[in-house]
Design a protein around this ligand. Structure first.
Ligand SMILES: *[C@@H]1O[C@H](CO)[C@@H](O)[C@H](O)[C@H]1NC(C)=O
Ligand SMILES: *[C@@H]1O[C@H](CO)[C@@H](O)[C@H](O)[C@H]1NC(C)=O
Ligand SMILES: *[C@@H]1O[C@H](CO)[C@@H](O)[C@H](O)[C@H]1NC(C)=O
Ligand SMILES: *[C@@H]1O[C@H](CO)[C@@H](O)[C@H](O)[C@H]1NC(C)=O
Ligand SMILES: *[C@@H]1O[C@H](CO)[C@@H](O)[C@H](O)[C@H]1NC(C)=O
Ligand SMILES: *[C@@H]1O[C@H](CO)[C@@H](O)[C@H](O)[C@H]1NC(C)=O
Ligand SMILES: *[C@@H]1O[C@H](CO)[C@@H](O)[C@H](O)[C@H]1NC(C)=O
Length: 460
Protein backbone atom coordinates (compact mmCIF):
# COMPACT_ATOMS: atom_id res chain seq x y z
CA UNK A 1 0.00 0.00 0.00
CA UNK A 2 1.31 3.45 -0.83
CA UNK A 3 1.66 6.11 1.84
CA UNK A 4 -0.98 8.18 0.10
CA UNK A 5 -3.63 5.45 0.24
CA UNK A 6 -2.65 4.73 3.86
CA UNK A 7 -3.23 8.38 4.76
CA UNK A 8 -6.47 8.63 2.87
CA UNK A 9 -7.76 5.42 4.48
CA UNK A 10 -6.84 6.84 7.85
CA UNK A 11 -8.51 10.15 6.99
CA UNK A 12 -11.60 8.39 5.75
CA UNK A 13 -11.69 6.39 8.98
CA UNK A 14 -11.44 9.49 11.18
CA UNK A 15 -13.89 11.40 9.05
CA UNK A 16 -16.50 8.69 9.19
CA UNK A 17 -15.89 8.26 12.92
CA UNK A 18 -16.36 12.00 13.47
CA UNK A 19 -19.44 11.98 11.28
CA UNK A 20 -21.12 9.09 13.10
CA UNK A 21 -20.17 10.58 16.46
CA UNK A 22 -21.72 13.92 15.60
CA UNK A 23 -24.81 12.24 14.14
CA UNK A 24 -25.39 10.30 17.34
CA UNK A 25 -24.55 13.38 19.41
CA UNK A 26 -26.94 15.66 17.55
CA UNK A 27 -29.65 13.03 17.47
CA UNK A 28 -29.35 12.67 21.26
CA UNK A 29 -29.30 16.44 21.84
CA UNK A 30 -32.29 16.75 19.56
CA UNK A 31 -34.09 13.92 21.37
CA UNK A 32 -33.36 15.42 24.76
CA UNK A 33 -34.62 18.77 23.49
CA UNK A 34 -37.86 17.23 22.28
CA UNK A 35 -38.51 15.04 25.30
CA UNK A 36 -36.28 16.30 28.07
CA UNK A 37 -35.19 12.69 28.55
CA UNK A 38 -32.75 10.17 27.11
CA UNK A 39 -34.36 7.77 24.61
CA UNK A 40 -36.52 5.10 26.24
CA UNK A 41 -34.88 1.77 27.05
CA UNK A 42 -35.84 -1.10 24.76
CA UNK A 43 -38.80 -3.12 25.99
CA UNK A 44 -37.84 -6.64 27.03
CA UNK A 45 -39.75 -9.65 25.76
CA UNK A 46 -40.74 -11.47 28.92
CA UNK A 47 -43.08 -14.09 27.43
CA UNK A 48 -43.16 -16.23 24.27
CA UNK A 49 -45.92 -13.97 22.87
CA UNK A 50 -46.09 -10.19 22.86
CA UNK A 51 -49.03 -7.90 22.19
CA UNK A 52 -49.24 -4.14 21.97
CA UNK A 53 -52.38 -2.56 23.43
CA UNK A 54 -52.75 -0.56 20.22
CA UNK A 55 -53.16 -3.88 18.30
CA UNK A 56 -56.59 -3.98 19.92
CA UNK A 57 -57.59 -0.49 18.83
CA UNK A 58 -56.67 1.34 22.02
CA UNK A 59 -56.13 5.09 21.96
CA UNK A 60 -53.98 6.68 24.67
CA UNK A 61 -55.39 10.19 24.45
CA UNK A 62 -56.83 10.31 27.98
CA UNK A 63 -60.41 10.52 26.64
CA UNK A 64 -61.12 7.39 24.63
CA UNK A 65 -62.39 4.54 26.79
CA UNK A 66 -60.24 1.45 26.27
CA UNK A 67 -61.96 -1.15 28.49
CA UNK A 68 -62.90 -3.31 25.51
CA UNK A 69 -59.31 -3.19 24.20
CA UNK A 70 -57.89 -4.41 27.51
CA UNK A 71 -60.53 -7.18 27.61
CA UNK A 72 -59.79 -8.29 24.04
CA UNK A 73 -56.05 -8.26 24.71
CA UNK A 74 -56.52 -10.36 27.85
CA UNK A 75 -58.74 -12.82 25.96
CA UNK A 76 -55.92 -13.19 23.41
CA UNK A 77 -53.42 -13.79 26.23
CA UNK A 78 -55.69 -16.44 27.74
CA UNK A 79 -55.51 -18.37 24.46
CA UNK A 80 -51.70 -18.50 24.82
CA UNK A 81 -51.80 -19.74 28.44
CA UNK A 82 -50.68 -23.27 27.61
CA UNK A 83 -47.78 -21.83 25.62
CA UNK A 84 -46.13 -19.71 28.34
CA UNK A 85 -48.67 -16.90 28.19
CA UNK A 86 -48.15 -13.44 26.75
CA UNK A 87 -47.00 -9.95 27.51
CA UNK A 88 -49.17 -6.89 26.93
CA UNK A 89 -47.24 -3.70 26.28
CA UNK A 90 -48.88 -0.43 27.22
CA UNK A 91 -46.97 2.33 25.43
CA UNK A 92 -46.64 6.00 26.34
CA UNK A 93 -50.00 7.75 26.69
CA UNK A 94 -53.00 8.01 29.00
CA UNK A 95 -55.12 4.91 28.62
CA UNK A 96 -58.53 5.51 30.16
CA UNK A 97 -60.41 2.38 31.21
CA UNK A 98 -63.06 0.90 33.49
CA UNK A 99 -62.06 -2.05 35.72
CA UNK A 100 -60.93 -5.25 33.99
CA UNK A 101 -59.87 -8.74 35.08
CA UNK A 102 -56.38 -10.06 34.40
CA UNK A 103 -55.53 -13.68 33.65
CA UNK A 104 -52.88 -16.31 34.37
CA UNK A 105 -49.46 -16.37 32.66
CA UNK A 106 -49.77 -12.70 31.80
CA UNK A 107 -47.26 -9.84 31.98
CA UNK A 108 -48.73 -6.36 31.90
CA UNK A 109 -45.86 -4.06 30.92
CA UNK A 110 -46.17 -0.32 31.52
CA UNK A 111 -43.63 1.54 29.38
CA UNK A 112 -42.08 4.78 30.48
CA UNK A 113 -44.72 7.48 30.06
CA UNK A 114 -47.59 4.96 30.06
CA UNK A 115 -50.46 5.61 32.47
CA UNK A 116 -53.52 3.44 32.87
CA UNK A 117 -56.19 5.88 34.03
CA UNK A 118 -59.30 4.77 35.95
CA UNK A 119 -62.63 6.02 34.70
CA UNK A 120 -64.51 8.13 37.26
CA UNK A 121 -67.95 6.77 36.42
CA UNK A 122 -69.09 4.55 39.34
CA UNK A 123 -71.69 2.92 37.05
CA UNK A 124 -68.84 1.30 35.12
CA UNK A 125 -67.23 -0.26 38.21
CA UNK A 126 -68.58 -3.81 38.72
CA UNK A 127 -70.01 -4.65 42.14
CA UNK A 128 -68.49 -7.64 43.94
CA UNK A 129 -69.58 -9.61 47.00
CA UNK A 130 -67.98 -8.85 50.37
CA UNK A 131 -64.72 -10.65 51.11
CA UNK A 132 -65.53 -13.79 53.12
CA UNK A 133 -63.15 -12.85 55.95
CA UNK A 134 -64.68 -9.38 56.30
CA UNK A 135 -68.40 -10.14 56.08
CA UNK A 136 -69.03 -6.75 54.51
CA UNK A 137 -67.49 -4.25 52.15
CA UNK A 138 -65.15 -2.88 54.86
CA UNK A 139 -66.18 0.76 55.07
CA UNK A 140 -69.87 0.10 54.36
CA UNK A 141 -72.05 -2.96 55.03
CA UNK A 142 -72.89 -5.11 52.01
CA UNK A 143 -71.22 -5.17 48.63
CA UNK A 144 -68.12 -3.46 47.33
CA UNK A 145 -66.77 -2.09 44.06
CA UNK A 146 -64.27 -4.14 42.08
CA UNK A 147 -60.68 -2.97 41.96
CA UNK A 148 -59.55 -1.26 38.74
CA UNK A 149 -57.16 -4.11 37.97
CA UNK A 150 -58.64 -7.29 39.35
CA UNK A 151 -57.76 -10.97 39.36
CA UNK A 152 -59.22 -14.08 40.97
CA UNK A 153 -57.65 -17.56 40.92
CA UNK A 154 -54.82 -16.24 38.79
CA UNK A 155 -51.49 -18.00 38.56
CA UNK A 156 -48.24 -16.37 37.39
CA UNK A 157 -49.29 -12.76 36.85
CA UNK A 158 -46.67 -10.04 36.46
CA UNK A 159 -47.30 -6.30 36.51
CA UNK A 160 -44.07 -4.52 35.63
CA UNK A 161 -42.55 -1.92 33.36
CA UNK A 162 -40.25 1.03 33.06
CA UNK A 163 -41.98 2.81 35.92
CA UNK A 164 -45.19 3.46 34.00
CA UNK A 165 -48.14 4.16 36.26
CA UNK A 166 -51.71 3.36 37.18
CA UNK A 167 -53.75 6.36 38.27
CA UNK A 168 -57.01 5.69 40.14
CA UNK A 169 -58.22 9.31 39.79
CA UNK A 170 -59.47 8.88 43.36
CA UNK A 171 -60.39 12.54 43.92
CA UNK A 172 -64.00 12.00 42.90
CA UNK A 173 -64.34 8.94 45.17
CA UNK A 174 -62.73 10.64 48.19
CA UNK A 175 -65.20 13.50 47.84
CA UNK A 176 -68.21 11.15 47.49
CA UNK A 177 -66.99 9.23 50.54
CA UNK A 178 -66.61 12.36 52.66
CA UNK A 179 -70.12 13.42 51.71
CA UNK A 180 -71.43 9.91 52.54
CA UNK A 181 -72.90 9.51 49.07
CA UNK A 182 -71.59 6.03 48.28
CA UNK A 183 -73.65 2.85 48.62
CA UNK A 184 -70.75 0.42 48.44
CA UNK A 185 -67.16 0.31 49.67
CA UNK A 186 -64.77 2.02 47.24
CA UNK A 187 -62.64 -0.07 44.90
CA UNK A 188 -58.97 -0.83 45.36
CA UNK A 189 -56.55 0.04 42.57
CA UNK A 190 -55.07 -3.46 42.19
CA UNK A 191 -56.51 -6.52 43.91
CA UNK A 192 -55.56 -10.16 43.38
CA UNK A 193 -57.56 -12.83 45.18
CA UNK A 194 -56.82 -16.54 45.64
CA UNK A 195 -53.82 -16.24 43.34
CA UNK A 196 -50.28 -17.60 43.29
CA UNK A 197 -46.90 -16.48 42.02
CA UNK A 198 -47.61 -12.80 41.60
CA UNK A 199 -44.94 -10.19 40.83
CA UNK A 200 -45.53 -6.45 40.91
CA UNK A 201 -42.40 -4.45 40.19
CA UNK A 202 -41.07 -1.17 38.84
CA UNK A 203 -44.38 0.62 38.43
CA UNK A 204 -46.05 3.59 40.11
CA UNK A 205 -49.51 3.31 41.64
CA UNK A 206 -51.30 6.49 42.52
CA UNK A 207 -54.54 8.09 43.70
CA UNK A 208 -56.46 4.91 44.37
CA UNK A 209 -60.10 5.39 45.38
CA UNK A 210 -59.34 3.13 48.41
CA UNK A 211 -56.39 0.79 49.22
CA UNK A 212 -53.77 0.73 46.44
CA UNK A 213 -52.51 -2.85 46.36
CA UNK A 214 -54.42 -5.69 48.00
CA UNK A 215 -53.17 -9.28 47.66
CA UNK A 216 -55.91 -11.38 49.30
CA UNK A 217 -55.39 -15.03 50.27
CA UNK A 218 -52.49 -15.34 47.81
CA UNK A 219 -49.29 -17.39 47.93
CA UNK A 220 -45.89 -16.18 46.71
CA UNK A 221 -46.25 -12.46 46.18
CA UNK A 222 -43.26 -10.24 45.31
CA UNK A 223 -43.66 -6.48 45.31
CA UNK A 224 -40.46 -4.69 44.39
CA UNK A 225 -39.46 -1.22 43.26
CA UNK A 226 -43.00 0.10 43.44
CA UNK A 227 -43.77 3.78 44.11
CA UNK A 228 -47.17 4.48 45.68
CA UNK A 229 -48.42 8.04 45.94
CA UNK A 230 -51.64 9.65 47.16
CA UNK A 231 -52.37 12.96 48.91
CA UNK A 232 -51.55 12.68 52.62
CA UNK A 233 -55.20 13.28 53.53
CA UNK A 234 -56.84 11.04 50.90
CA UNK A 235 -59.09 8.75 52.99
CA UNK A 236 -58.18 5.04 53.35
CA UNK A 237 -55.60 5.09 50.59
CA UNK A 238 -53.39 2.40 52.20
CA UNK A 239 -50.30 1.52 50.16
CA UNK A 240 -49.91 -2.27 50.35
CA UNK A 241 -52.20 -4.54 52.39
CA UNK A 242 -51.07 -8.19 52.29
CA UNK A 243 -54.18 -9.96 53.62
CA UNK A 244 -54.27 -13.67 54.62
CA UNK A 245 -51.28 -14.27 52.33
CA UNK A 246 -48.39 -16.70 52.54
CA UNK A 247 -44.82 -15.85 51.43
CA UNK A 248 -44.87 -12.15 50.69
CA UNK A 249 -41.85 -9.99 49.90
CA UNK A 250 -42.15 -6.21 49.79
CA UNK A 251 -38.85 -4.49 48.99
CA UNK A 252 -37.34 -1.31 47.58
CA UNK A 253 -40.59 0.61 47.66
CA UNK A 254 -41.40 4.28 48.27
CA UNK A 255 -44.85 4.84 49.73
CA UNK A 256 -46.47 8.15 50.70
CA UNK A 257 -50.24 7.89 51.15
CA UNK A 258 -53.28 8.99 53.18
CA UNK A 259 -53.44 5.93 55.47
CA UNK A 260 -51.11 3.05 56.46
CA UNK A 261 -48.22 2.73 53.98
CA UNK A 262 -48.20 -1.04 54.61
CA UNK A 263 -50.78 -2.94 56.69
CA UNK A 264 -50.52 -6.69 57.17
CA UNK A 265 -54.01 -8.12 57.71
CA UNK A 266 -56.02 -11.36 57.99
CA UNK A 267 -59.75 -10.75 58.27
CA UNK A 268 -62.16 -9.12 60.65
CA UNK A 269 -63.72 -10.49 63.83
CA UNK A 270 -65.98 -13.56 63.49
CA UNK A 271 -65.67 -13.53 59.67
CA UNK A 272 -61.90 -13.66 59.87
CA UNK A 273 -61.95 -16.24 62.67
CA UNK A 274 -64.21 -18.46 60.58
CA UNK A 275 -62.25 -17.95 57.33
CA UNK A 276 -59.14 -18.81 59.36
CA UNK A 277 -56.31 -17.89 56.94
CA UNK A 278 -53.29 -16.34 58.62
CA UNK A 279 -50.90 -13.92 56.99
CA UNK A 280 -47.60 -15.74 57.33
CA UNK A 281 -44.00 -15.30 56.23
CA UNK A 282 -44.01 -11.65 55.20
CA UNK A 283 -40.76 -9.74 54.61
CA UNK A 284 -40.79 -5.98 54.27
CA UNK A 285 -37.36 -4.51 53.58
CA UNK A 286 -35.74 -1.37 52.30
CA UNK A 287 -38.97 0.60 52.24
CA UNK A 288 -39.38 4.35 52.69
CA UNK A 289 -42.79 5.19 54.09
CA UNK A 290 -44.77 8.27 54.99
CA UNK A 291 -48.24 8.43 56.50
CA UNK A 292 -49.34 11.67 58.09
CA UNK A 293 -52.65 10.20 59.26
CA UNK A 294 -51.89 6.62 60.26
CA UNK A 295 -48.62 4.63 60.33
CA UNK A 296 -45.63 3.58 58.27
CA UNK A 297 -45.84 -0.18 58.83
CA UNK A 298 -48.94 -1.63 60.55
CA UNK A 299 -50.22 -5.02 61.53
CA UNK A 300 -54.02 -5.16 61.88
CA UNK A 301 -56.33 -3.98 62.95
CA UNK A 302 -57.98 -6.84 61.02
CA UNK A 303 -55.87 -9.85 62.10
CA UNK A 304 -58.50 -12.42 63.09
CA UNK A 305 -56.94 -15.20 60.98
CA UNK A 306 -53.59 -14.56 62.71
CA UNK A 307 -50.38 -12.84 61.62
CA UNK A 308 -47.01 -14.51 62.14
CA UNK A 309 -43.43 -14.58 60.91
CA UNK A 310 -43.16 -11.00 59.79
CA UNK A 311 -39.73 -9.46 59.25
CA UNK A 312 -39.52 -5.69 58.83
CA UNK A 313 -35.96 -4.66 58.00
CA UNK A 314 -34.11 -1.49 56.92
CA UNK A 315 -37.25 0.59 56.89
CA UNK A 316 -37.17 4.41 56.95
CA UNK A 317 -40.29 6.24 58.12
CA UNK A 318 -40.52 10.02 58.05
CA UNK A 319 -43.04 12.81 58.50
CA UNK A 320 -45.60 10.42 59.91
CA UNK A 321 -48.08 10.26 62.74
CA UNK A 322 -46.82 6.81 63.76
CA UNK A 323 -43.86 4.69 62.72
CA UNK A 324 -44.67 1.07 63.58
CA UNK A 325 -48.13 0.06 64.72
CA UNK A 326 -49.77 -3.15 65.87
CA UNK A 327 -53.51 -2.69 66.37
CA UNK A 328 -56.08 -5.17 67.58
CA UNK A 329 -59.12 -5.42 69.81
CA UNK A 330 -61.20 -7.85 71.88
CA UNK A 331 -63.56 -9.52 69.40
CA UNK A 332 -60.81 -10.08 66.86
CA UNK A 333 -59.51 -13.43 68.12
CA UNK A 334 -56.43 -14.56 66.17
CA UNK A 335 -52.87 -13.62 67.06
CA UNK A 336 -49.92 -11.43 66.20
CA UNK A 337 -46.74 -13.35 67.01
CA UNK A 338 -43.15 -13.92 65.94
CA UNK A 339 -42.61 -10.46 64.56
CA UNK A 340 -39.12 -9.01 64.12
CA UNK A 341 -38.29 -5.40 63.35
CA UNK A 342 -34.64 -4.77 62.45
CA UNK A 343 -32.92 -1.46 61.73
CA UNK A 344 -35.79 1.00 61.77
CA UNK A 345 -35.17 4.69 61.21
CA UNK A 346 -37.85 7.09 62.41
CA UNK A 347 -37.52 10.76 61.49
CA UNK A 348 -40.04 13.41 62.47
CA UNK A 349 -42.65 10.99 63.73
CA UNK A 350 -45.18 11.64 66.50
CA UNK A 351 -45.30 8.12 67.99
CA UNK A 352 -42.47 5.76 67.10
CA UNK A 353 -43.77 2.32 68.08
CA UNK A 354 -47.38 1.71 69.09
CA UNK A 355 -49.07 -1.48 70.23
CA UNK A 356 -52.76 -0.93 70.86
CA UNK A 357 -55.10 -3.70 72.01
CA UNK A 358 -58.38 -1.75 72.27
CA UNK A 359 -58.65 -0.46 68.74
CA UNK A 360 -62.38 -1.20 68.41
CA UNK A 361 -63.99 -0.90 64.96
CA UNK A 362 -66.13 -3.97 64.32
CA UNK A 363 -67.90 -5.19 61.16
CA UNK A 364 -71.17 -5.46 63.10
CA UNK A 365 -72.49 -5.74 66.64
CA UNK A 366 -72.33 -9.53 66.40
CA UNK A 367 -68.70 -9.77 67.49
CA UNK A 368 -67.79 -11.96 70.44
CA UNK A 369 -66.07 -9.78 73.08
CA UNK A 370 -64.55 -12.97 74.52
CA UNK A 371 -62.64 -13.66 71.28
CA UNK A 372 -59.37 -12.26 72.59
CA UNK A 373 -56.34 -11.80 70.34
CA UNK A 374 -52.88 -13.02 71.40
CA UNK A 375 -50.03 -10.52 71.05
CA UNK A 376 -46.70 -12.21 71.74
CA UNK A 377 -43.01 -12.48 70.85
CA UNK A 378 -42.30 -9.21 69.15
CA UNK A 379 -38.67 -8.16 68.81
CA UNK A 380 -36.98 -4.92 67.86
CA UNK A 381 -33.30 -4.93 67.02
CA UNK A 382 -31.99 -1.49 66.10
CA UNK A 383 -34.40 1.43 66.33
CA UNK A 384 -32.90 4.80 65.46
CA UNK A 385 -34.13 8.23 64.63
CA UNK A 386 -34.70 11.81 65.62
CA UNK A 387 -37.53 14.26 66.29
CA UNK A 388 -39.79 11.57 67.67
CA UNK A 389 -42.28 12.82 70.25
CA UNK A 390 -43.25 9.51 71.93
CA UNK A 391 -40.83 6.75 70.92
CA UNK A 392 -42.75 3.84 72.50
CA UNK A 393 -46.34 3.32 73.60
CA UNK A 394 -47.31 -0.30 74.17
CA UNK A 395 -50.59 -0.78 75.95
CA UNK A 396 -51.93 -4.23 76.62
CA UNK A 397 -54.91 -4.74 78.89
CA UNK A 398 -55.93 -7.21 81.56
CA UNK A 399 -57.72 -9.28 78.90
CA UNK A 400 -55.10 -8.81 76.16
CA UNK A 401 -51.66 -8.66 77.76
CA UNK A 402 -48.62 -8.18 75.54
CA UNK A 403 -45.90 -10.78 76.16
CA UNK A 404 -42.43 -11.60 74.90
CA UNK A 405 -41.34 -8.08 73.94
CA UNK A 406 -37.62 -7.86 73.22
CA UNK A 407 -35.98 -4.52 72.49
CA UNK A 408 -32.28 -4.13 71.81
CA UNK A 409 -30.14 -1.31 70.46
CA UNK A 410 -32.44 1.63 70.45
CA UNK A 411 -31.47 5.27 70.21
CA UNK A 412 -34.24 7.63 69.27
CA UNK A 413 -33.82 11.39 69.57
CA UNK A 414 -36.72 13.21 71.11
CA UNK A 415 -38.53 16.41 70.37
CA UNK A 416 -38.59 18.79 73.35
CA UNK A 417 -40.88 16.70 75.57
CA UNK A 418 -38.90 14.42 77.92
CA UNK A 419 -41.54 12.80 80.16
CA UNK A 420 -43.74 9.78 79.42
CA UNK A 421 -41.89 9.11 76.21
CA UNK A 422 -41.58 5.33 76.73
CA UNK A 423 -44.78 4.02 78.28
CA UNK A 424 -46.38 0.63 78.63
CA UNK A 425 -49.05 -1.29 80.47
CA UNK A 426 -49.89 -5.01 80.82
CA UNK A 427 -46.63 -5.83 79.15
CA UNK A 428 -43.96 -8.46 79.73
CA UNK A 429 -40.53 -8.51 78.16
CA UNK A 430 -36.99 -7.22 78.31
CA UNK A 431 -34.47 -4.79 76.94
CA UNK A 432 -30.91 -5.70 76.01
CA UNK A 433 -27.97 -3.40 75.31
CA UNK A 434 -28.21 0.36 75.02
CA UNK A 435 -31.79 1.54 74.91
CA UNK A 436 -32.66 5.24 74.79
CA UNK A 437 -34.98 6.72 75.94
CA UNK A 438 -35.01 4.84 79.15
CA UNK A 439 -37.54 2.00 78.96
CA UNK A 440 -40.74 1.58 80.95
CA UNK A 441 -40.33 -0.30 84.24
CA UNK A 442 -42.13 -3.46 83.10
CA UNK A 443 -39.26 -4.29 80.75
CA UNK A 444 -36.50 -6.24 82.47
CA UNK A 445 -32.91 -5.34 81.61
CA UNK A 446 -30.74 -8.27 80.54
CA UNK A 447 -27.14 -8.81 79.48
CA UNK A 448 -26.25 -8.34 75.83
CA UNK A 449 -25.12 -11.97 75.42
CA UNK A 450 -28.69 -13.28 75.41
CA UNK A 451 -30.35 -14.03 72.07
CA UNK A 452 -33.80 -12.75 71.21
CA UNK A 453 -36.75 -14.57 72.79
CA UNK A 454 -38.67 -17.14 70.85
CA UNK A 455 -37.81 -15.76 67.48
CA UNK A 456 -35.36 -16.76 64.85
CA UNK A 457 -33.97 -14.00 62.71
CA UNK A 458 -34.72 -15.93 59.56
CA UNK A 459 -38.07 -17.42 58.83
CA UNK A 460 -36.92 -20.18 56.53
C1 LIG B 1 -47.10 -0.25 19.83
O1 LIG B 1 -47.86 0.23 18.74
C2 LIG B 1 -47.71 1.63 18.51
C3 LIG B 1 -48.69 2.04 17.43
O2 LIG B 1 -48.67 1.15 16.37
C4 LIG B 1 -46.27 1.91 18.11
O3 LIG B 1 -46.09 3.31 17.94
C5 LIG B 1 -45.36 1.43 19.24
O4 LIG B 1 -44.01 1.59 18.86
C6 LIG B 1 -45.63 -0.04 19.55
N1 LIG B 1 -44.82 -0.41 20.69
C7 LIG B 1 -44.06 -1.48 20.69
C8 LIG B 1 -43.23 -1.72 21.91
O5 LIG B 1 -44.01 -2.25 19.76
C1 LIG C 1 -64.03 -10.03 37.23
O1 LIG C 1 -64.26 -11.32 37.74
C2 LIG C 1 -65.22 -11.35 38.79
C3 LIG C 1 -65.27 -12.78 39.30
O2 LIG C 1 -65.54 -13.65 38.28
C4 LIG C 1 -66.57 -10.87 38.27
O3 LIG C 1 -67.51 -10.86 39.32
C5 LIG C 1 -66.39 -9.45 37.75
O4 LIG C 1 -67.59 -8.97 37.20
C6 LIG C 1 -65.31 -9.42 36.69
N1 LIG C 1 -65.04 -8.03 36.33
C7 LIG C 1 -65.11 -7.60 35.09
C8 LIG C 1 -64.78 -6.18 34.86
O5 LIG C 1 -65.43 -8.32 34.18
C1 LIG D 1 -41.08 6.38 39.24
O1 LIG D 1 -42.03 7.42 39.07
C2 LIG D 1 -42.36 8.09 40.27
C3 LIG D 1 -43.52 9.02 40.00
O2 LIG D 1 -43.29 9.80 38.89
C4 LIG D 1 -41.11 8.81 40.78
O3 LIG D 1 -41.41 9.51 41.97
C5 LIG D 1 -40.04 7.76 41.04
O4 LIG D 1 -38.85 8.39 41.46
C6 LIG D 1 -39.78 6.95 39.79
N1 LIG D 1 -38.89 5.86 40.13
C7 LIG D 1 -37.84 5.56 39.41
C8 LIG D 1 -37.02 4.39 39.89
O5 LIG D 1 -37.53 6.19 38.43
C1 LIG E 1 -44.19 -20.75 46.07
O1 LIG E 1 -42.80 -20.60 45.81
C2 LIG E 1 -42.03 -21.71 46.27
C3 LIG E 1 -40.58 -21.33 46.14
O2 LIG E 1 -40.33 -20.82 44.88
C4 LIG E 1 -42.45 -22.92 45.45
O3 LIG E 1 -41.72 -24.04 45.89
C5 LIG E 1 -43.93 -23.19 45.65
O4 LIG E 1 -44.35 -24.23 44.81
C6 LIG E 1 -44.74 -21.94 45.31
N1 LIG E 1 -46.12 -22.14 45.71
C7 LIG E 1 -47.11 -22.21 44.84
C8 LIG E 1 -48.48 -22.44 45.42
O5 LIG E 1 -46.94 -22.10 43.65
C1 LIG F 1 -40.92 -17.10 52.90
O1 LIG F 1 -41.10 -16.14 51.90
C2 LIG F 1 -39.94 -15.90 51.11
C3 LIG F 1 -40.29 -14.75 50.17
O2 LIG F 1 -40.31 -13.57 50.90
C4 LIG F 1 -39.56 -17.16 50.36
O3 LIG F 1 -38.39 -16.92 49.63
C5 LIG F 1 -39.34 -18.27 51.36
O4 LIG F 1 -39.11 -19.47 50.66
C6 LIG F 1 -40.57 -18.45 52.25
N1 LIG F 1 -40.30 -19.41 53.29
C7 LIG F 1 -41.00 -20.53 53.43
C8 LIG F 1 -40.62 -21.39 54.57
O5 LIG F 1 -41.90 -20.82 52.66
C1 LIG G 1 -30.44 0.49 58.01
O1 LIG G 1 -31.48 0.95 57.16
C2 LIG G 1 -31.12 2.08 56.37
C3 LIG G 1 -32.34 2.49 55.57
O2 LIG G 1 -33.31 3.00 56.42
C4 LIG G 1 -29.96 1.73 55.47
O3 LIG G 1 -29.56 2.88 54.74
C5 LIG G 1 -28.80 1.22 56.28
O4 LIG G 1 -27.78 0.78 55.42
C6 LIG G 1 -29.25 0.06 57.16
N1 LIG G 1 -28.17 -0.33 58.04
C7 LIG G 1 -27.65 -1.54 58.02
C8 LIG G 1 -26.56 -1.81 59.01
O5 LIG G 1 -28.01 -2.40 57.24
C1 LIG H 1 -43.31 -17.08 72.56
O1 LIG H 1 -41.99 -17.57 72.67
C2 LIG H 1 -41.83 -18.43 73.81
C3 LIG H 1 -40.36 -18.74 73.96
O2 LIG H 1 -39.87 -19.34 72.80
C4 LIG H 1 -42.69 -19.67 73.59
O3 LIG H 1 -42.57 -20.53 74.71
C5 LIG H 1 -44.15 -19.23 73.45
O4 LIG H 1 -44.95 -20.35 73.13
C6 LIG H 1 -44.31 -18.20 72.34
N1 LIG H 1 -45.66 -17.66 72.38
C7 LIG H 1 -46.49 -17.78 71.36
C8 LIG H 1 -47.85 -17.20 71.54
O5 LIG H 1 -46.18 -18.31 70.30
Amino acid sequence: MTTITKISIRNAFWMSWALSFSLVFFWQVNYRNRHGLPPPPPIPNLRPHVFNLTDFGAVGDGYSVNTRCFEDAIAAIKERASDGGAQLIVGPGRWLTAPFNVTSHMTLFLSRGATIVAIQDAGLWPILPALPSYGRGRELPGLRYSSLIHGQHVEDFVLTGHNGSIDGQGGWWWEQHKQKRLRYTRGRLVELMWSTNIVISDVTLQNSPFWHLHPYDCTNVTISGVTILAPLDAPNTDGIDPDSCKNVLVENCYISVGDDAVAVKSGWDKYGIEYNRPCVNVTIRNVIARSQISAGISIGSEMSGGVEQVLVEDVYIWGSRRGIRIKTSPGRGGYVKNILYKNLTLIDVRVGIVVKTDYGEHPDLDFDPKALPVVANISFDGVYGSSVRYPVRMFGSKEVPITGIDIRNMNVGLTRKKRNVFTCDFLQGRVVGKVFPSPCKALIREEASQTATGISTTFE
